[in-house]
Design a protein. Structure first.
Length: 201
């Protein structure tokens, strides 16, 4: 496997010239950081730019592998998540958990994709009854979510094809077992990445 620094350079080469983030950083800034060998900063800036640019799954895979070599596990997990989204599509929602007193969870959960709850998204079982579908969950801007709290989350369905009918504004429910433990309103649905440049997978 290539070393982290080579992977970061390869990821940089996959960005279009002039690519930048909302805070003003550009590909030129990335190259300046590379010359200064500020590799963690290179990774951070590449992630910032890619969150605002359409990039290939390969770009995110390069960043994931580099971050793991640098022992930056949270960054690596995020890059792996984004690579999955580029292949399967982005699904975001505003999730509100029930409090424990309302019958919700008793404890908080970690928000970096470990939890795989069930979701009622309107699908039906062969007998006409309720069918639930599994999707991993990533909490944006926080390490986790506690009973009674709300946050914007990203969902990674185990079977993405079963979620193709979901649209912004739809209300879905989160389950652990059969009881409802939270309600989410879909805020964004984006299709998978489509290669548009030479060399994109």
């Amino acid at each position: 496997m290539d070393d982290a620094f080579t992977l970061l350079r390869r990821a940089t080469a996959l960005l279009p010239e002039g690519a930048g983030a909302g805070n003003g950083v550009t590909v030129d800034d990335v190259r300046e950081c590379q010359r200064a060998q500020e590799w963690e900063l290179v990774l951070d800036v590449l992630m910032e730019i890619a969150d605002e640019q359409p990039v290939s799954p390969r770009f995110w895979s390069h960043l994931e592998d580099a971050a793991r070599q640098m022992m930056l596990e949270r960054s690596a997990d995020w890059c792996g998540w984004r690579s999955w989204e580029m292949r399967h599509g982005i699904l975001r929602a505003r999730l509100s958990l029930l409090s424990t007193e309302e019958g919700g969870r008793r404890t908080a959960f970690a928000g970096q994709g470990q939890l795989r709850p069930l979701w009622d998204i309107g699908n039906r079982a062969p007998d006409g009854g309720q069918a639930v579908n599994v999707a991993r969950l990533w909490v944006e801007g926080a390490p986790g979510l506690a009973p009674g709290e709300s946050a914007t989350v990203r969902l990674a369905p185990l079977s993405p094809d079963r979620w193709r009918h979901v649209r912004p504004g739809d209300v879905i429910t989160m389950h652990e077992g059969r009881p409802v433990v939270g309600t989410a309103v879909i805020t964004e649905v984006a299709p998978p990445y489509v290669a548009g440049r030479e060399g994109d997978p």
